[in-house]
Ligand binder design. Structure first.
Ligand code: ZN
Length: 292
């Protein structure tokens, strides 16, 4: 995977800011959406405090860096920060074009980088939560430490495995903008909640595959300059590595299909590949498929 640091900044860098006693053990696994945990007033107050502090120190992070060239002190200078930023900008460049082609408008958001714990519109998050998208504040949250875990614990290596994780979370942002996330929330009952969650997650995998299709078809056009067949294999491996069956087997030695929320390794690979091969939203209709 060939990439270059982006001239735009779509990162909100909270690394090293100490965290706020994040809530661990939500058991999200890779690429989860956290269930809003009530947070309430305390959470809102903390977010406001963070906002004020960031304003005070001249940060440019909050409020979405949709325009290029913001050079606040929070722009990442390290390679990891630049990598996450480049992928974020690239994925959003793709979706911006895709929405425009369909006569709709995409709204840019940011990836919040944090270490240990941070406060989000969906409650407190810790590194143990895993990367996630919060529909309440429309931001993607990521502790880059997860990438080490992806390699050591889940056995998925390569830059593109990491890029897939970011693209998956932006798939949730797209689902949010398209209203899919709301529809799922309205339809969820105690008996179909996991089934709908799996379809939502597999669709996010498919949307990540659509981005990979676009990068492959347009080398040198954007910040992620090109990917190879090996990268696609790394992406598929990562999708398999965060399958519910794989994670459960690793953690407990048994597989309990009823408790799945993201889909099996095979399903996740299948839908990433569907998006990659077909490159269209229609192909990513995991809700219409009789068995996804
Ligand atoms: Zn997800």
């Amino acid at each position: 995977m060939r990439w270059r640091p982006s001239s735009q900044s779509q990162i909100e860098d909270r690394r090293g800011s100490g965290g706020f006693g994040g809530m661990s053990g939500l058991g999200m696994g890779g690429g989860g959406i956290p269930i809003p945990v009530g947070g309430g007033i305390g959470g809102i107050v903390l977010v406001i405090i963070i906002f004020i502090v960031l304003q005070f120190v001249g940060g440019s992070g909050l409020g979405g860096g949709s325009q290029g060239g913001t050079t606040g002190s929070l722009d990442p200078k390290d390679e990891m920060g630049q990598f996450v930023n480049a992928v974020t900008v690239d994925v959003q460049t793709f979706w911006d074009q895709e929405f425009a082609d369909a006569g709709q408008s995409y709204s840019n958001t940011v990836t919040v980088l944090f270490t240990d714990g941070t406060q989000t519109g969906c409650g407190a998050a810790s590194s143990a939560t895993g990367p996630f998208y919060c529909p309440a504040d429309k931001k993607v949250y990521l502790d880059p430490g997860f990438f080490d875990e992806l390699t050591t614990r889940f056995g998925a290596k390569g830059d593109f495995a990491r890029a897939y994780v970011i693209a998956h979370e932006y798939g949730h942002h797209v689902q949010d903008l398209l209203g899919t996330m709301d529809q799922v929330q309205q339809q969820q009952t105690s008996s179909n909640a996991n089934e709908l969650s799996i379809r939502l997650e597999l669709q996010a995998d498919c949307l990540a595959g659509m981005w990979a299709n676009w990068v492959m078809a347009h080398p040198d056009q954007s910040d992620v300059e090109s990917i190879t067949d090996q990268d696609v294999t790394d992406g598929l491996n990562a999708a398999a590595a965060v399958g519910d069956d794989r994670i459960q087997e690793q953690a407990t030695g048994t597989i309990d299909k009823e408790s799945w929320t993201h889909g099996s390794s095979e399903q996740r690979m299948k839908w990433f590949n569907t998006g990659f091969k077909q490159g269209s939203l229609q192909a990513c209709d995991t809700f219409g498929a009789s068995s996804p």
